[in-house]
Design a protein around this ligand. Structure first.
Ligand code: SF4
Length: 338
């Protein structure tokens, strides 16, 4: 009777380190299942093209990946992360603790014996120090079941190594910020086309993370579509309290149309292409006129006749036509959100 193959569950970001971590473990004949957690801050664009992503990850990197949306608990976590924030609104330590805890919950169903991450000791200032790695293990309840194959030789042996499921000799001893060892290892595995390290998390983006932080400061109830809306287009806080977002390009315009809720106004010049705009939380009837004037400001010249554009505003299936004079920049600059 053949021996049952060991299974490991890997946290997968899609970056080089987690890709290598999966491959290093798989090279020992272990079945590796990777999980890509997504939230509005990382990986969210994969949700509509999940199947394609799963297929391309297998084809390009030889990795079997699952995609799991953890938005709601993650939005809660951001309210008060126990270990605080990094330079921006990035709660890296709690993020890792949370994602590991989620992965740990998945282990029984997948028959996984241990967890894998692509962390490298000393690579990131906050979340990859030796003491922080221990805190992450402890608080996620993954002490002894978490293998970090890229730097395992610099750490105490884990249960998988002690029990002989993994050969420690074939694990690596990377440390620090130098990426050369990873790049060499990628060449050995024939891995190309991986994204550059560190990119991809909106919570570590100087501008967008500030917007999100502001939102958290001023809202008790955190709404997923609000969070998604914060990441699109030009943002305005109108004098009456309404929130106007004006698309900068076709991609923004499509996102805005997709993010509208039934009580949002959707605005567009009658002559398109022009910006689509979304007005949310407006309680002031005059604000629609102001929003239309702002849309006229960003409309194409072809939509204007003597500085006036016809803007179509629509809500609950009812359309209104507003003849709007393009608003002067000096008026709306103070409403613009960075
Ligand atoms: S950069 Fe973003 S995804 Fe990465 S650990 Fe920090 S909060 Fe989590």
């Amino acid at each position: 009777m053949s021996e049952k193959q060991t299974t490991a569950l890997a946290l997968y970001s899609g970056g080089l380190d987690s890709t290598l971590a999966c491959r290093v473990v798989a090279a020992q004949g272990i079945k590796v299942v990777a999980v890509k957690f997504v939230t509005p801050f990382f990986g969210y664009d994969l949700l509509p093209r999940k199947e394609e992503y799963i297929k391309s990850t297998k084809e390009n990197f030889g990795i079997d990946v699952l995609v799991k949306d953890v938005t709601l608990p993650y939005l809660e976590l951001l309210k008060k992360p126990a270990h605080g924030f990094g330079r921006y609104f990035n709660p890296c330590i709690d993020c890792k603790i949370f994602l590991l805890s989620e992965a740990k919950k998945m282990m029984p169903e997948l028959g996984a014996s241990f967890l894998v991450t692509g962390e490298v000791i000393g690579q990131r200032p906050m979340s990859q120090r030796r003491d922080t790695l221990r805190v992450i293990e402890r608080d996620s309840g993954s002490e002894s079941i978490l293998l970090r194959p890229l730097c395992a030789r610099n750490l105490e042996p884990t249960r998988a190594e002690l029990e002989g499921l993994v050969d420690r000799e074939q694990l690596l001893g990377f440390s620090g910020r130098n990426r050369t060892p990873q790049i060499k290892l990628a060449q050995q595995f024939g891995i190309t086309g991986y994204p550059s390290p560190g990119g991809g998390c909106i919570l570590a983006d100087p501008i967008l993370s500030r917007r999100i932080q502001e939102y958290y400061l001023h809202h008790k109830k955190i709404v997923t579509t609000d969070i998604l809306l914060l990441m699109v287009g030009r943002q305005f806080k109108l004098p009456g309290g309404g929130w106007l977002v004006v698309g900068r390009d076709q991609q923004d315009n499509e996102k805005l149309a997709g993010l509208r809720k039934p009580d949002d106004w959707l605005l567009q010049p009658s002559v398109i292409p022009g910006p689509t705009a979304l007005l949310r939380y407006s309680r002031n009837a005059d604000e629609l006129e102001i929003a239309a004037a702002l849309v006229a400001r960003y409309a194409k010249k072809s939509a204007l006749v003597q500085g006036v554009a016809i803007i179509i505003a629509e809500r609950y299936g009812v359309s209104r036509q507003i003849a709007a004079l393009a608003l002067d920049d000096s008026i709306f600059q103070p409403w613009m959100q960075k």
